[in-house]
Design a binder for this molecule. Structure first.
Ligand code: OAD
Length: 354
């Protein structure tokens, strides 16, 4: 069964405002909250087939900005408007500066307790699949088993040639900056910003000026200084992410289709840190529901509990890094201890930079 073949390219859905039917945020009574968690735990423990849809909010407490809401603007541009082939064709230097900045921040960020809880769930649950819209590499760095992590929107650290006929692809290139011209400018390089001003707004994930702020001058970069394909030696390289209007990776779609096509119900779907505004990713929730799944949404935005079934679903209102480890505790145990063990075990197990 080809579940998504009709809608494989990425589109943005304008969501209607709904009021939630069942919202933890409105449950002020601590007993009611813990009853909801107990109810969830009881279902979790008997769930055999579990799927998770992950979005940018999963990495929010690692310090990475989401796409919508606060942090959704890059300089004066809506971040989603830069994730298009048209934006790249019109100004490849600007779009590379945006992606180079995101690569830089993601490399300096660390997976949080929610990434680790999901990774542990994946390791301990045979029939589990995480469908991630995130391109930041943090789930991988939390040692999420690759066969149970489907990257719907690609990966910031994969590169590919813009010329499809050339077809060059390079996985997991974490060089930062990828070419010298894309280095994050330092405060001395921006005549409009004093070092004191720059320090006052310093972001711990940025070793230099926060160029998402339009007050900082952006260096102008000639096309010749952007990353070029080492194979055809002619065309530009581009980030291996899926842009709006492009198709999701075929192998990823087939694997996800295969999971949903098994002639068995899906017991539980976790929807973590996503606005569910982008298709086909957001559509997987309905597919899971049609396969019998009860849905648990984790999000600090009370509006995200919209369209939940009052009798069957759960809405856990809060930061995924705090809420998810508690939700998954009966299966994954104490995530804090696991993270401590990794720090002791390999020194930099969750760090991209040594
Ligand atoms: P969005 O930015 O649309 O949504 C992020 C969601 O995370 C929002 O619902 C927030 O309320 C929630 N959130 C914020 N902080 C959180 C926290 N600490 N814990 C849990 N949730 C939190 O990001 P996505 O839904 O991932 O695609 O966006 C989907 C796609 O749109 C992205 O993959 C990207 C974007 O355009 C492409 O670039 C193709």
């Amino acid at each position: 069964m080809k579940i998504l073949s009709r809608r494989a390219s990425i589109t943005l859905q304008h969501l209607k405002k709904h009021t939630s039917t069942r919202m933890a945020s409105t449950v002020s009574d601590p007993n009611a909250k813990s009853a909801m968690l107990e109810d969830f735990h009881a279902h979790l423990l008997k769930s055999r087939r579990i799927v998770a849809l992950l979005g940018a909010g999963l990495s929010a407490s690692s310090g990475l900005p989401t796409f919508r809401g606060a942090g959704g603007l890059w300089r004066t541009h809506d971040a989603t408007s830069l994730a298009t082939p048209q934006a790249f064709a019109a100004d490849p230097a600007f779009v590379w500066q945006f992606y180079s900045y995101r690569r830089h921040m993601a490399l300096n960020a660390k997976p949080n307790a929610a990434h680790h809880a999901l990774s542990q769930l994946a390791k301990t649950t045979t029939d589990f699949l995480a469908l991630s819209q995130n391109v930041d590499g943090l789930s991988q760095r939390a040692h999420h088993p690759p066969s149970k992590l489907k990257l719907l929107h690609g990966n910031l650290f994969d590169l590919k040639c813009t010329d499809r006929k050339c077809g060059y692809k390079e996985p997991n290139n974490t060089t930062d900056p990828i070419v010298p011209a894309l280095a994050i400018p330092q405060s001395g390089q921006d005549p409009t910003t004093t070092a004191t001003e720059a320090n006052a707004h310093a972001n711990p994930l940025i070793r230099g000026l926060d160029i998402s702020n339009p007050d900082h001058a952006l260096p102008s970069i000639p096309t010749a200084s952007l990353p070029h394909c080492p194979q055809c030696r002619k065309s530009l390289l581009r980030p291996g992410v899926v842009w709006f209007g492009e198709s999701l990776p075929h192998d990823v779609l087939s694997d996800v289709d295969a999971f949903f096509s098994v002639d068995e119900p899906v017991d539980l779907m976790l929807v973590v840190g996503t606005s569910s505004a982008v298709y086909p990713a957001a559509g997987y929730t309905q597919i899971a529901r049609a396969k019998g799944a009860r849905i648990a949404v984790v999000n600090p935005d009370p509006g995200s509990g919209r369209a939940l079934d009052e009798k069957k679903d759960w809405f856990f209102c809060g930061d995924a890094a705090e809420v998810l480890p508690e939700m998954l505790r009966p299966i994954v145990g104490d995530v804090g201890k696991i993270m401590d063990g990794m720090r002791v075990g390999d020194g930099n197990g969750d760090a991209a930079r040594g």
